[in-house]
Design a binder for this molecule. Structure first.
Ligand code: NAD
Length: 497
């Protein structure tokens, strides 16, 4: 395709479709064939400034601040309906942009509307309280008010799902938003903005500014008129955002990386646990924050389990992510592809035993895309880098353990704490493990279950705050305490009341 044949996008700012002030665009590549398919505006600091100005204006004037919460909820539900209507189309855009399977993205996009329905329903159920104060002749109540302009920054692996995690509660609470998608996968956010416009949100309530993190992203997180940054991405970027936000006393929620343990006990249903291990690391080509990238196997079942795992993993069909038969697609970006291959070399150098894959895929069905063979390392010890650092690709580390105590110790001995899986038929063990694992989500006899209703977030270096679930709306609200005197006269003004 020539440059002129590529789909050329504009940014959505203040209810208008605009070219970037830089007059520059970035190519967005299809990971399956490695070729560009779209042009994404390369926003700069001035674009960030005008997006924040539009969001601030929409927060303080126009239809949005006067709109009651019930009407805001109705708008969100309308948006959910439009995403549902266009789910297949949006899924296809995401597959072209991030290379995840059409099977997975179709299911995901059909599920995304639930966030807009759920938080739309919650919008008019945010209630303050009347406080029974100790003061005579005083009426005291609380209100939960929005924060102002929220910047939402997302990673490339599930763009519109991660967007929904942030936008649905932020808008339900009455904030306005500037969305900054990953520079690798911005097309779906711009397609989504068309639905925001169609739903009838007042101009400036939702803005989409695209471009590099260090350009438009940096300008957004340091802008003085931004009240909060809701971020999903890597831990190093998350730390930087936290530090930058601190100087402006901005609030943050951070959803960061993971190195999640998937723990199989000797009493587990091994057939189910093999499926759980596969879904933990090879689904979505391992490019999920909750990837079960450390498989902890009880020594009594280790050999049998590895054999069964290999049997299934060996037959995984790689290829075109748009083909419904494909099970493992490409890695999304060239730097990520290099990173995954580099970690494979590191694991080999560290002395881990490669029992499957261990190199780039050279199968005809993988074309010119960025494919890595599903890779399994056995004999990994938890002090190796391959056990400690997030790979974000189809690379599994198998670690043995002898008993429950050792399993807990290994599982918790990483800087991350996003998720964990436990496979056992013993109820006491399931509950004890769920108590003891340092992770924001623990799955027992299942893996990768998420819902708009259930809190999601990280312990330790995996993040701050929670998304999803009713409490998530609190992350976008601040509390005001209002005192009204019912006394007939003002008392001595020199004394604390
Ligand atoms: P990344 O940190 O490189 O980028 C994430 C986003 O931050 C992108 O939009 C990027 O443009 C932006 N960004 C980068 N530098 C910035 C800056 N200085 N200022 C403002 N914005 C900036 O992460 P990635 O490679 O896109 O995504 C992969 C990571 O995301 C993995 O670590 C993964 O675990 C994590 N992730 C976490 C969750 C979760 O919910 N915990 C979900 C998905 C992905």
């Amino acid at each position: 395709m020539t440059m002129s044949q590529l789909e050329k996008y504009q940014m959505y700012i203040g209810g208008k479709w605009v070219d970037p002030l830089s007059v520059a665009w970035l190519e967005s590549d299809n990971p399956y064939d490695g070729k560009p398919w779209a042009l994404i505006p390369r926003g700069n600091e001035e674009d960030a400034n005008r997006a924040v100005a539009a969001a601030k204006a929409a927060y303080t004037s126009g239809d949005w601040p006067g709109m009651n919460a019930t009407s805001r909820g109705a708008l969100l539900r309308r948006l959910g309906d439009l995403v549902a209507r266009d789910a297949e189309r949006l899924a296809a855009v995401e597959v072209r942009d991030n290379g995840k399977l059409i099977n997975e993205m179709s299911v995901q996009l059909k599920y995304v509307p639930q966030w807009y329905y759920y938080f739309g329903g919650l919008a008019d159920k945010v209630e303050g309280a009347v406080i029974p104060t100790d003061k005579a002749n005083m009426f005291n109540y609380t209100r939960h008010e929005p924060l102002g302009v929220v910047v939402a920054i997302t990673a490339w692996n599930s763009p519109l799902l991660l967007t929904a995690y942030k936008l649905a509660p932020a808008l339900a609470a009455g904030n306005t938003v500037v969305l900054k998608p990953s520079e690798y996968t911005s097309a779906s956010a711009l397609e989504f903005a068309k639905l925001v416009e169609e739903a009838g949100f007042p101009p400036g309530v939702v803005n989409v500014a695209t471009g590099y993190g260090r350009e438009v992203g940096e300008a957004l997180i340091s802008h003085p008129d931004v009240a909060k940054v809701a971020f999903t991405g890597g831990s190093a970027t998350g730390k930087h955002i936290y530090e930058t936000a601190a100087s402006g006393l901005k609030r943050v929620t951070l959803e960061l990386g993971g190195k999640s343990p998937n723990i199989v006990f000797e009493d587990a249903d091994l057939e189910d646990a093999v499926k759980g291990a596969i879904s933990g690391i090879f689904a979505a080509t391992g490019q999920t924050c909750v990837a079960g990238s450390r498989l902890l196997l009880h020594e009594r079942v280790h050999d049998e389990f590895v054999d069964r795992l290999l049997e299934t993993a060996k037959t995984a069909r790689m290829g075109d992510p748009m083909d419904v038969e494909t099970q493992v697609g490409p890695v999304t970006t060239p730097p990520q592809y290099e990173k995954v291959l580099n970690y494979i070399d590191i694991a080999k150098d560290e002395g881990a035993t490669c029992v499957l894959g261990g190199h780039a895929a050279q199968r005809p069905e993988c074309g010119d895309g960025w494919f890595v063979e599903p890779t399994i390392f056995d004999d990994v010890t938890n002090d190796m880098r391959i056990a400690q650092e997030e790979v974000f690709g189809p690379v599994l580390s198998v670690i043995r353990f002898g008993d429950e105590e050792e399993a807990v110790e290994i599982a918790n001995d990483v800087m991350y704490g996003l998720a964990a899986g436990v496979w056992t038929q013993n109820v006491r063990r399931a509950i004890t493990m769920a108590d003891r694992l340092q992770a924001g989500t623990v799955w027992v006899n299942t893996y990768r279950a998420i819902s708009f209703m259930s809190p999601f977030g990280g312990y330790k270096m995996s993040g701050l705050g929670r998304e999803n679930g009713a409490d998530a709306i609190r992350e976008y609200l601040q509390t005001k305490s209002v005192w009204i005197s019912t006394a007939s006269e003002v008392p001595n003004p020199f004394v604390l009341r």
